[in-house]
Write a protein that binds this ligand. Sequence first.
Ligand code: ZN
Length: 321
Amino acid sequence: MNLSIRLAVLAGFGVALTFPVLAQNVKVTPLGGIDGEFCPQDRALVFEDPNGTRILYDPGRTVAGASDPRLGKIDIILVSHMHGDHVGNAHNKAPNSGSCEKPDMSVSAVPNTSAVNIAIAKKSKIVTGSEMPPFFAAKLKANSGDPADSILARFGGSVTVGGVRIATVTALHSNGVDPDYIGGDLGKAMKEAGIAGDVGLPTGYVLRFSNGLVVYLSGDTGIVADQEAVVRNFYHAKLAVMNMGDGFSTGPVEAAYVINELVKPVSVIASHANEVGTVGGKVRPGSKTETFMKAVKVPAYIPLSGKTMEFDAEGKCTAGC
Ligand SMILES: [Zn+2]
């Protein structure tokens, strides 16, 4: 090899080594009810690792089932807990059907759940904690999926899938399995008695992406000491996705306390408002969303449906915010 060819090869390597460094951001894309808005049922976020692994967090009711064109490739599905607005007991017909105020939830997803329907169509792994994995394994098996695609990450441990380390953390909430997912005589009897199935505790998540970014996903939760002791002191989360809808979980004031005093991330994304949070893409005056945004001391971002935000390893938003 003569010198000029060697230099050309080295230059080629230089380019190849430089480009991934420039692109080391995690992309976060909300899949909400209405493009460009933050609506009452919005839960679902897609995280894309710099290595291409795509993770769907809490599909809920705004992902229009497995055929939603916004999904693309989904490698991993996370479900914080079994409530219908997170696992998806029903969903809209298509993105942007219904209005922000009156979302379309006309397509039933029982007894499977939308999470399972998407996992089967996309051949995704479902990673959950507590005692949820056997439930999802049974649903996958019942629908000709592979039960081994339901993977456990119980409190204190972690699993690495697609280069992303996934751990579950405390969420102080409830986690009943609606009898509609059980069906048959047992499901009917449970429904009449007003009781739900038991798959253990609900969870939040901590994700460590391949660029080093650590993200806390609160799930539905009250205020818990683990948000400081575990999420901050052990995992050092730099970006938080914080549920602030009130009534069912922390409200905007409590959620802001969690961010300001316990987790102390670099940035936060509001989630789970259970209200029309924005009009024309701007925070609605008088909303819980506005209260939360004003109360947090770190940069806070609204998950506008379809608008991709990018975060670096330190949790700083570098694009789309
Ligand atoms: Zn819930």
